[in-house]
Design a protein around this ligand. Structure first.
Ligand SMILES: CC(C)(COP(=O)(O)OP(=O)(O)OC[C@H]1O[C@@H](n2cnc3c(N)ncnc32)[C@H](O)[C@@H]1OP(=O)(O)O)[C@@H](O)C(=O)NCCC(=O)NCCS
Length: 199
């Protein structure tokens, strides 16, 4: 059982210290704004986390078609866009293991001025507090830019959607989307007042 092994044993086995360890959790210092040269690392996290999250939900053909190279190209564009906020979460060795990205709400229909477009963390770093810190730092950045409310879309089938409920999000909308030729339902969680996140 990896969680029961001492740190020296984990390192000897080449296993990151935070692997399934309930004692080791992420802190705010693990988070920083993304830099232009993070595009490759973010793309790797994006594709890796998509595969572990959506296997058995999205068609295999869609997941098999994901390309780190093409994600890297689109992340280069995203990171060059000053109206978007992108933060990364790094492990103790400074390797990017998660990211969050967003900006203005895209539909104009949700009565929220900001939108969390994407948050993905590698499976190995999940459930150790990193997602919560990423959202908190992201919200602080949004508020410093004058945003007051926020929405995020999530698949109804996503097993992680309770994360947003833990953070105080309420269901505010629903929509149908298509992925890999199949129809899916998404719901939007909303926070009407971002001051909710203040300590
Ligand atoms: C969703 C995600 C960003 C959450 O980040 P995280 O670092 O794993 O979550 P945290 O450790 O901060 O979790 C905080 C709390 O949220 C709740 N939570 C998180 N994931 C959950 C899950 N899968 N099921 C139920 N509750 C969950 C728990 O209450 C958790 O506290 P606990 O671990 O002490 O019980 C991350 O797990 C992830 O990247 N998942 C896969 C990709 C994904 O679904 N992204 C969202 C797409 S819209």
């Amino acid at each position: 059982m990896p969680g029961a092994a001492g740190p020296a044993l984990l390192v000897a086995k080449g296993i990151p210290l935070n692997y399934h360890s309930n004692e080791m959790s992420y802190v705010e210092a693990n988070i920083r704004p993304a830099l232009a040269n993070d595009a490759r690392s973010i793309a790797e996290v994006h594709v890796g986390s998509w595969k572990t999250t959506y296997t058995g939900i999205f068609p295999d053909t869609l997941l098999e078609s994901l390309s780190i190279d093409s994600r890297e190209r689109s992340w280069k564009e995203t990171l060059a866009e000053p109206r978007l906020v992108t933060l990364v979460g790094c492990d103790a060795g400074d390797k990017v293991v998660g990211f969050i990205c967003g900006g203005a709400e895209r539909t104009g229909q949700l009565r929220c001025d900001a939108e969390l477009h994407a948050i993905y963390i590698l499976q190995i770093a999940q459930r150790q507090g990193l997602g919560t810190w990423l959202v908190r730092r992201f919200v602080r950045e949004l508020r410093s830019r004058g945003f007051t409310s926020m929405a995020v879309w999530v698949l109804v089938l996503n097993p992680f959607r309770k994360f947003y409920e833990t953070l105080g999000g309420h269901t505010i909308a629903e929509q149908q989307i298509e992925r890999g030729g199949k129809a899916f339902t998404e719901i939007a969680y909303g926070w009407r007042d971002l001051s909710w996140f203040e300590p």
